[in-house]
Design a protein around this ligand. Structure first.
Ligand code: ARG
Length: 281
């Protein structure tokens, strides 16, 4: 009888041991599985971490988003996009390198692995989404025309600009808006926005379409030009950060940084600081 109980106890203990070792085994297996999954999806992030730097592409002609300024006599690229990029590099624990190029060449540079991400006030359109992944929208945007002072007064609707020569940045959604509303020979596309502003001042074009925040700042910085009260909206309405297609892990991480910055009202703070910096030039 006694023997029987002991045997049973031993049996129970044995079952318990097996169960425990199975649990141990089970969790070991899961960990292994998670590891492999992480490896296949984290390549973009791992590549950035292993080179120790985040290479960001931008078109630094778009104050307050990104622009050139002199800091202690040296040329530097600054702006609220750049502040967000700095924070993200910090969160990843890597250095930040900013490459300036034509806006039109940014997505090509991304495809060719010349840059890891694009911080350029880029609107996540459906067309662009076919070739790139985008973060959450971090800044809502509309568009406005800049015109020579006095000429903005009569512009209440887009048709009021018919017959005028419209300047836009090459490859931008503003170029798309212009193409949808004006004849091709009435549109001039250039790589850099300051060149469009020069053309406007020199009567080579009559209006420049840019994001409203850019128009508002540019007309404050330049004499002789003014922004239309007419605002143009687009269905994609905002800016996001572009990454190579399939960058799931990187997208999750950048969205975390963006959320943190938004919750702390930092994006707005960066925006205000970038405007101040641009006006102080
Ligand atoms: N949001 C517009 C677009 O995505 C224009 C952005 C221009 N950005 C710049 N850094 N120049 O097409």
């Amino acid at each position: 009888m006694k023997n029987g109980i002991i045997k049973k106890l031993v049996a129970v203990a044995a079952v318990a041991t097996i169960a425990i070792s199975m649990v141990g085994c089970g969790s070991g297996n899961t960990e292994k599985k998670e590891d492999t999954t992480a490896k296949t999806t984290a390549t973009a992030i791992e590549a950035i971490k292993s080179k120790g730097k985040l290479v960001v592409g931008t078109s630094a002609d778009y104050a307050p988003y990104e622009f050139h300024t002199q800091v202690d006599g040296k040329d530097k690229i600054v702006g609220f996009d750049i502040e967000i990029a700095k924070q993200f590099a910090k969160d990843l624990g890597v250095e930040l390198e900013v490459k300036d190029m034509a806006f039109d060449g940014l997505l090509v540079a991304l495809q060719a692995d010349k840059v890891d991400m694009i911080f350029a006030g880029m609107t996540p359109t459906d067309e662009r989404k076919q070739n790139a992944d985008f973060s959450d929208i971090y800044f809502i945007a509309t568009h406005r025309f800049m015109l020579r002072s006095g000429e903005e007064a009569g512009i209440a609707k887009i048709e009021d600009l018919k017959g005028k020569k419209i300047g836009v940045q090459k490859g931008s959604i503003q170029e798309g808006i212009a193409k949808g509303n004006f004849e091709a020979d009435k549109i001039k596309s250039l790589d850099k926005v300051p060149d469009l502003v020069l053309d406007l001042k020199n009567n080579k074009i009559d209006a420049v379409l840019v994001e409203s925040t850019v128009a508002d700042l540019t007309v404050q910085k330049n004499t002789g030009i003014a922004a239309s009260s007419l605002e143009v909206k687009d269905p994609d309405g905002g800016c996001a950060i572009a990454m190579k297609k399939g960058s799931n892990e990187l997208t999750t991480e950048i969205n975390k940084t963006l959320k943190k910055l938004k919750d702390e009202n930092k994006v707005q703070q960066f925006f205000v600081e970038a405007n101040k910096l641009a006006l102080a030039e």
